[in-house]
Design a protein around this ligand. Structure first.
Ligand code: NAD
Length: 304
């Protein structure tokens, strides 16, 4: 089963989600954490999630919690690090793990949200085998994963990682250059920046602005991106440009620079969120509400 063993380092939110996805596709998963109780928690969590998904006990049996790094990574063909988002923690984990890795054709990966692949891997023994697999939370219902190689990453690592992630039901996209924030977060933060300015300027309330996304743009975006939207809204891209490019540029030039999210505008948004979403003390219930909706949407998309 040499090509079936996946090693996951860090069994928090993301590590356990990946463990579930790999096991559901029949891979053998070795799950390690520095905190032993985290592994137990992860296994309990995975068991109840798999039950909810009506998946077999068989999948659960494929996940083995381990308490030493060596048995986690040896013989694995894919080693995925999911430890906290701090460069020195990640570098130390890899420094400790690499000597125990036995396969020359191994792929080394990290789920980092924002650290650059060249920063994590610059001192690796096998830096040409490293690539980032940045998932979207919760990965079981939101399938996008950004795959980010460093300049020194082997071409076969790129193609095999894309293939592997697709085989476990994710939708991988390749980030072809190392840029801060990759692509998903750059777009997310562009939306946040403009939303912020609109609240600051008193154009709309925060609750209504959220509706612009959830009942307007987001409904479309659940199925297609900004380019397909443009393509369909005219007779292709050139016709879209002829009709709208001047107007769009004029509006974009009206938008102004980004601001740090802080101060009275932030207070205003907090108050509006408490009124429309509910108090922070009830946020856990609201997260469950969110996850149920994401699950239903994932099902709808799969059934279409
Ligand atoms: P988490 O805090 O839930 O889990 C991290 C786990 O790593 C913990 O169980 C911790 O005990 C363990 N750990 C700490 N030091 C360790 C070590 N030296 N060796 C082994 N295990 C160790 O964090 P998370 O949300 O799962 O995030 C993990 C990574 O995934 C981060 O880089 C994060 O940026 C990225 N990520 C998170 C999200 C998200 O929404 N949570 C989304 C995409 C990517």
């Amino acid at each position: 089963s040499g090509d079936r063993k996946v090693a996951i380092i860090g069994s928090g939110l993301i590590g356990r989600s990946y463990a579930m996805l790999f096991a559901s596709s029949g891979y053998q998963v070795s799950l390690y954490d520095i905190e032993i109780e985290q592994i137990d928690k992860a296994k309990d969590d995975i068991k109840s999630q798999l039950l909810k998904l009506e998946e077999e006990d068989e999948q659960y049996q494929l996940i083995q919690g381990v308490t030493d790094l060596k048995s986690c990574v040896e013989d694995a063909f894919f080693v995925l690090e999911c430890v906290p988002e701090r460069l020195e923690i990640k570098q130390n984990v890899w420094k400790e793990a690499e000597p125990f890795i036995t396969r020359d054709d191994v792929i080394l990966s990290s789920s980092t949200s924002a650290l650059l692949p060249s920063d994590i891997s610059r001192n690796f023994l096998r830096k040409e085998r490293f690539i980032i697999s940045h998932p979207t939370n919760p990965p079981f219902y939101v399938p996008l994963v950004e795959v980010v190689p460093a300049s020194w990453t082997d071409a076969d690592v790129v193609t095999q990682t894309l293939k592997l992630l697709e085989s476990i039901g994710l939708v991988p996209v390749l980030v072809r250059k190392e840029v801060k924030g990759f692509v998903l977060n750059r777009i997310q933060y562009a939306i946040l920046a403009e939303s912020w300015r609109l609240i600051r300027d008193g154009v709309m309330t925060a609750g209504d602005l959220d509706k612009v996304m959830s009942c307007g743009l987001g409904v479309r975006y659940a199925f297609m991106g900004p380019f397909e939207t443009a393509y369909l809204n005219a007779e292709g891209m050139h016709s879209y440009s002829e009709r709208y490019a001047d107007m769009i540029l004029g509006i974009q030039q009206d938008m102004g620079p980004p601001e740090r999210m802080d101060g009275p505008v932030l207070d205003l948004i907090q108050i509006d969120m408490e009124a429309t979403v509910g108090p922070v003390s009830e946020i856990q219930q609201r997260r469950q509400w969110r996850d149920r909706r994401l699950a239903a949407l994932a099902k709808l998309k799969a059934d279409l």
